[in-house]
Design a protein around this ligand. Structure first.
Ligand code: G1P
Length: 290
């Protein structure tokens, strides 16, 4: 695997999820029994990546604590003989080699990814936006890393949506290996101007050249330094491919889609699944849901 590093920009305020996110980072909201950021880290690990940089901001301390050792908790679980829980807690802190850097100012996603330059150096790397939760069964990032190795250009996850105006939006041309070649990319176009219905979902594999493109970006949509604009600049120099996929993505920053993720993943949970199915059946019957 040539992609050994990943960057997770997690500095956002999470205003779409207030009041839950008034004091809790949105990335720490649980999906069943794990905070959503843990699924994202596990997706990177499943792609063979062990070196992860998380770009954070103010009030994100609990996220750092989550991936750290917890000596008092571990000692108490050991003393009480709760070995399964102890193993679960320890496993989180040894998932990957995780480093944190602070963004300082909320200047945009392009700026946040640019903060990773020193850490990433000259290597290709992955970017995972934690609002986009990808079902582990999809193995999306692992497949994108394999595509990066064979196509020799950036690889960006794309999904067809009814209205791409809330996303980065790409114009595709046919390419080989299940990919499309992106010929135009624009951040949050007006519906009428969208180049297609293919929306950028938050998974990217980039060569280090993206950092030079980020340096050239000027404030764009929303007055922010946009990653999408850096991709558009990179496309002038080298090929950028889209990796279309059709299912298994949840918007963890949207209350309704968050609930969908919780319900689906709870139903599939080894221990909780059967009991939760019974609970759901009772609720559905009572509510007249078929
Ligand atoms: C970001 C990106 C956008 C992408 C989206 C995916 O937007 O800028 O290109 O389509 O994530 O979730 P945000 O949702 O942070 O405004």
């Amino acid at each position: 695997m040539t992609v050994r590093k990943a960057v997770i920009p997690a500095a956002g305020l999470g205003t779409r999820f207030l009041p839950a996110t008034k004091t809790t980072p949105k990335e720490m909201l649980p999906i069943v029994d794990k905070p959503s950021i843990q699924y994202v880290v596990e997706e990177a690990v499943a792609a063979g990546i062990e070196d992860i940089l998380i770009v954070t901001g103010r009030s994100k301390k609990t996220m750092e604590d989550h991936f750290d050792r917890a000596p008092e908790l571990e000692a108490e679980l050991a003393a009480k003989g709760k070995t399964d829980l102890l193993a679960t807690v320890r496993a989180v802190s040894s998932l990957a080699d995780i480093t944190f850097v602070r963004q300082g100012e909320p200047l945009g996603l392009g700026h946040a990814v640019g903060m990773a330059r020193r850490h990433v150096g000259d290597e290709p790397f992955a970017v995972l936006l934690p609002d986009d939760l990808i079902h582990p069964r999809i193995g999306l990032l692992a497949r994108m890393c394999a595509a990066f190795d064979s196509c020799g250009g950036s690889v960006i996850a794309l999904m067809e949506v009814a209205d791409p105006s809330a996303y980065g939006c790409a114009r595709p041309e046919p390419a080989e290996g299940g990919l499309v070649r992106i010929t135009e990319i624009v951040e949050k176009p007006a519906s009428a101007d969208a180049p297609s219905n293919l929306a950028v979902m938050g998974r990217y594999v980039f060569p280090a050249a993206i950092f030079d493109a980020i340096d050239q970006v000027t404030p764009g949509q929303g007055g922010e330094l946009q990653l999408t604009d850096a991709v558009a600049l990179l496309m002038r120099e080298q090929a950028v491919f889209g990796f279309p996929f059709a299912e298994g993505r949840y918007d963890a920053g949207n209350k309704l889609d968050y609930l969908r993720a919780v319900v689906e993943l709870a139903l599939e949970h080894d221990e909780l699944g059967p009991g939760f199915r019974d609970v759901l059946e009772v609720i559905c019957r009572r509510e007249g849901i078929a």
